[in-house]
Design a protein around this ligand. Structure first.
Ligand code: 6LW
Length: 542
């Protein structure tokens, strides 16, 4: 058992003892300020790698399809969603998986011209690796890895060995980190899995990453669990199998004691040296919807991806951010000029394929989503599967990327089926969602607001309505930290408020099972078809 664990963030005393900081890399870069999160909305468990001057991040994706988003940047602040690693049903079987089942934490590494992504499908098959020459051009079929646990990672050593680590339990059921050596292309194991570490004293050692820096092996872990006790520790050895000594100022990242009360749950991190020899950490963290100094510790946006500069002490230990603390506004020697970040999303359906920003629930039935680029429309074909089912309803959505957003959908019903529902949903999972939708009751159209929270599913507001001259209806959701507000319009200009739902009803902490995702803004159809001709999300908070 490794000791040397500090019960809290780096104490003032520790700060004094930290050795002289070794300044940044071989090409000095002007410090630039930037804002966190660098990737907003539910994008947890980030893993980062560099190829020349190009940077890539992947995130967990759970029950959403396609799986494992791949983002690209050249300055570490402006990130473009290139696509996904898992884009076929064979790579990503999610059939009726539980909420927050499916794909857990991934790791992305680049070696000798190949990208490797390893992750876990906790609902089908466990740990696997896929590889690709170009991350936006498709990935291989998965190769299964015969080592248990979650949070797999890879280290490509200078001698050609490849180490595979994961967070698992030992024979006595104690949380530990396992290691083996393998072929990343075939998954063939060359050594038996063995216990590498039990962590540095925090519970649930997980999210392991092995690095080789200046000839030493560093094992960085998330400990404390991904909630409010989350933190990062690091330990090092002269040999990959140890023995490891803990960093004297562990945890190297922790917001457990941070009284600024803006960012919590910091952890599940990855380290990377940029093209100028400066070091960075990406990690997950949450922003409570209760806002600053409001001690309602609930978050609806999911765990997001944050960036922090890292410097090394003279005796070879990393110091993250402000001695283990990060912030919404930070500065560092970014490898490229940072540009303003825009998180808006708009779609006119003029393209043949869905934007990579769209996700589906589990494996979608493709025939229920018909793009009509000439008419700039999307046909949604509703089925008997509803948003309340742990299944794959006709539903396509985009992550909610800020507290203050305005989502607008223009739709035209193509049937008059009693009890049909076509509309716009603020969706956390099948037990936690609010939606405004059009339905047909007897010979009238009605627009309704329904809410599903825990075991309560109810229509809380409804109004009869007409449709526009061409049979359209506009639906809108306006969000802020307190409420989701639902409105509709028959001309796209003048909106009528139908009702509201509390933001805290769609938060991770308030779900009845352990969940790890965030809220989506999504169009859907049940029991009838609808044509969609406009979908946009404006994100107003910076
Ligand atoms: C992730 C693991 C974790 O794989 O949550 O609580 C899982 N810890 O590190 C999903 O994010």
């Amino acid at each position: 058992m490794v000791s040397g664990f500090l019960p809290s963030a780096i104490s003032a005393g520790q700060r004094g003892e930290i050795q002289r900081i070794v300044k940044g890399g071989h090409r000095s870069m002007q410090n630039q300020s930037y804002r966190n999160p660098i990737i907003s909305g539910y994008n947890p468990d980030p893993s980062i790698c560099r190829v020349g001057d190009d940077y890539y991040i992947v995130n967990s994706s759970f029950e959403y399809f396609p799986g494992v988003p791949v983002y690209h940047s050249r300055n570490l602040v402006n990130w473009e969603l290139l696509g996904h690693c898992l884009t076929t049903d064979e790579q990503l079987p999610l059939e009726k998986c539980r909420p927050s089942g499916g794909i857990f934490a991934p790791t992305l590494r680049y070696h000798d011209g190949w990208f490797f992504m390893t992750t876990t499908n906790v609902s089908s098959g466990g740990n696997f690796i896929v590889h690709s020459k170009e991350p936006d051009k498709g990935w291989s079929d998965p190769v299964r890895i015969d080592q248990g646990g979650i949070d797999p990672s890879l280290l490509f050593d200078d001698d050609g060995k490849v180490y595979f680590t994961s967070a698992a339990d030992d024979e006595e059921g104690r949380s530990c980190i396992l290691i083996c050596e393998l072929d990343p292309f075939t998954g063939e194991k060359f050594t038996e899995s063995k216990v590498l570490s039990y962590g540095c004293g925090g519970r649930y050692p997980e999210g392991p990453h092995l690095y080789k820096v200046n000839g030493k092996y560093y094992l960085m872990l998330a400990e404390g669990g991904t909630e409010y006790g989350h933190m990062e520790t690091i330990q090092r050895a002269d040999h990959p199998y140890g023995p490891y000594e803990p960093c004297p100022h562990n945890p190297i990242l922790s917001h457990k004691e941070d009284m600024r009360e803006k960012i919590y749950c910091t952890g599940h991190a990855d380290l990377m040296e940029d093209a100028n020899g400066n070091w960075w950490m990406v990690c997950l963290a949450i922003r409570p919807c209760g806002g600053e100094n409001n001690r309602v510790l609930l978050h609806n946006l999911g765990r997001e991806t944050y960036l922090a500069p890292v410097v090394w002490t003279e005796d070879g230990w990393p110091v993250v951010g402000d001695h283990g603390l990060i912030d919404l506004e930070m500065e560092g020697p970014l490898p490229g000029k940072a540009e303003p970040v825009c998180r808006d999303f708009t779609e006119d359906f003029s393209g043949d394929v869905f934007s990579a920003h769209y996700n589906f629930l589990r494996n979608p039935d493709r025939k229920n989503y018909v793009r009509m680029p000439e008419e700039k429309k999307l046909l949604l074909k509703g089925t008997q599967i509803t948003l309340n089912d742990q299944d794959s309803p006709t539903w396509v959505g985009v992550r909610q990327k800020g507290f203050d957003t305005i989502t607008t959908l223009r739709l035209r019903p193509l049937g008059q089926v009693q009890g049909m529902r076509v509309g716009l949903s603020a969706y956390y999972n099948h037990d936690y969602h609010y939606e405004i939708y059009l339905t047909r009751e007897l010979d009238r159209w009605k627009v309704c607001l329904a809410k599903h929270v825990h075991d309560i599913f109810a229509v809380t507001s409804q109004m009869e309505t007409e449709l526009s001259a061409d049979g359209s209806l506009w639906l809108r959701i306006v969000t802020d930290r307190e409420n989701y507000t639902f409105l509709f319009s028959t001309d796209g200009e003048n909106y009528v408020k139908l009702g509201t739902g509390l933001t805290v009803g769609l938060c991770t902490e308030s779900t009845r099972t352990m969940t790890f995702t965030g809220t989506y803004l999504a169009m859907f159809a049940e029991r009838a078809d609808a044509e969609v001709s406009g979908f946009e999300i404006k994100v107003l908070d910076i």
